[in-house]
Design a binder for this molecule. Structure first.
Ligand code: PGA
Ligand code: ZN
Length: 424
């Protein structure tokens, strides 16, 4: 048995140049690991608290020195001497030390950094890759990626209201091929945009951020790019959307202000999605409605849930309490899973388990602010849900996850499985 001999944290920068937490954890046998915490921009109101210093003289108030101090001074002393395989106990001790409902005292950024580092140390100590340690010998399924190749909303400064337009290579035979399908489509889309006189600069997750006159034009352009890249829309590559509607839900209506299309009711949004589903090869819509619009979610699931995947992100915030309510009220049929929305590895795994028990799908997801840490790529294989969302085909904080999945596929060799959740 090995034990934790030191835990220290430091302030580093994420992909947007904002501070975040990195934790270094050492075992008594010399195993040394680190982990870095991501950060969202279109956050749900019920997410676990990301502790920021608020000191305007540093990083505009976004410093995380308090979270770092919480790791070094409060968390570390309590965990020294523990075996890192005792993940649930380690996470439980941190929950107890925090004592709040939403990790407001120590910060979910402090707690998650330690939680992920403990898992990684335990895997190294066991001589196993992280995905195999967390998922066991059955963790052989590579996820189909949702690749966000056109950005809008809070992730870009353009005229598109909806945050994410993603391609999903559902017909690819392997993960490596899926990645190639996606990259080729991404580059074809660049040429198409340039030809039509649009900008090819990118947003926070590496997708293009052109000014389009209608949100729908993004679906049109992507479908055209899929074909021009030599693939069949709907068979080889499908479309997944994350409008992130909470970010433009104002006074009870959906305000499409970027595109100047005015305010829409919940029913009008659902009707619009219906038209899009009938026109484009869409297989999944995440946060088509806002986090407080539980009724709208249930209505969309009733009307469209047989045809497409309805994913809840802000509405569930990876929190078992909200996922349970969603299952009871048929609010969706899938959950977006983000480690930092809930703040520990143990609770995230419990959220995934709830989905499995309800026969719901789940998608392991990055945040718009990321680091070079690839924990979530291993986590996706470990959870075996068959889907991952980790951005576009450029920007190394996104590509790092894809490259890690390539390594895992190679590592699994003939044992690797790649199967679309939407076919067969
Ligand atoms: P965020 O967005 O990481 O900026 O919160 C991602 C998402 O909405 O899925
Ligand atoms: Zn989302």
């Amino acid at each position: 048995m090995s034990t934790i001999s030191s835990i220290t944290a430091q302030e580093i920068l994420d992909s947007r140049g904002n501070p975040t937490v990195r934790v270094h954890l050492e075992l008594d046998n010399g195993v040394l690991v680190s982990s870095s915490v991501p950060s969202g921009a279109s956050t749900g109101q019920n997410e676990a608290v990301e502790l920021r210093d608020g000191d305007k003289t540093r990083f505009g108030g976004k410093g995380v020195l308090q979270a770092v101090a919480n790791v070094n001074e409060t968390i570390a002393p309590r965990l020294l001497g523990l075996d890192p395989v005792r993940q649930a106990e380690i996470d439980g001790i941190m929950l107890e030390l925090d004592g709040t409902r939403n990790k407001a005292k120590l910060g979910a950024n402090a707690i998650l950094g330690v939680s992920m580092a403990a898992a990684r140390a335990a895997s190294e100590d066991a001589g196993l890759p992280l995905y195999a340690y967390l998922g066991g010998p059955g963790a052989t399924r590579l996820p189909v990626p949702m690749m966000n190749i056109l950005n809008g909303g809070k992730h870009a400064a353009n005229s598109v209201d909806f945050q994410e337009f993603m391609v999903m290579p559902i017909g690819a035979p392997t993960f490596a091929e899926a990645l190639r399908y996606g990259a080729e489509t991404f580059h074809t889309l660049a040429r198409l945009l340039a030809k039509k006189g649009h900008a090819t600069s990118v947003g926070d997750e590496g997708g293009f951020a052109p000014n389009l006159s209608r949100n729908e034009d993004a679906c049109e352009l992507i479908t055209e790019a899929i074909e021009a890249a030599g693939y069949k829309p709907g068979r080889d590559i499908a479309i997944a959307l994350d409008p992130a509607s909470t970010s433009f839900f104002e006074d009870g209506a959906y305000n499409l202000s970027h595109s100047g299309k005015g305010r829409k009711s919940s029913d009008e949004m659902i009707e619009m999605y219906q038209r899009w589903i009938d026109t484009y090869p869409i297989v999944s819509i995440e946060d088509g409605l806002a986090e407080e619009d539980w009724q709208g979610f249930a209505r969309q699931t009733e009307l469209q849930g047989d045809r497409i995947q309805i994913v809840g992100d802000d509405i569930f915030v990876t929190n078992p309490t909200f996922i349970r309510r969603g299952i009871k009220e048929n609010s969706a049929n899938a959950v977006l899973i983000k480690l930092n929305q809930i703040g520990t590895v143990t609770e995230t795994m419990r959220a995934v388990q709830l989905c499995r028990e309800a026969g719901w799908r789940f998608v392991i997801s990055h945040r718009s602010g990321e680091t070079e840490d690839t924990f979530m790529a291993d986590f996706a294989v470990a959870m075996s849900g068959g889907q991952i969302k980790t951005g576009s085909l450029c920007r190394s904080e996104r590509i790092a996850k894809y490259n890690r999945l390539l390594e895992i596929e190679r590592d699994l060799g003939k044992g690797a499985e790649f199967r679309s959740p939407f076919v067969g």
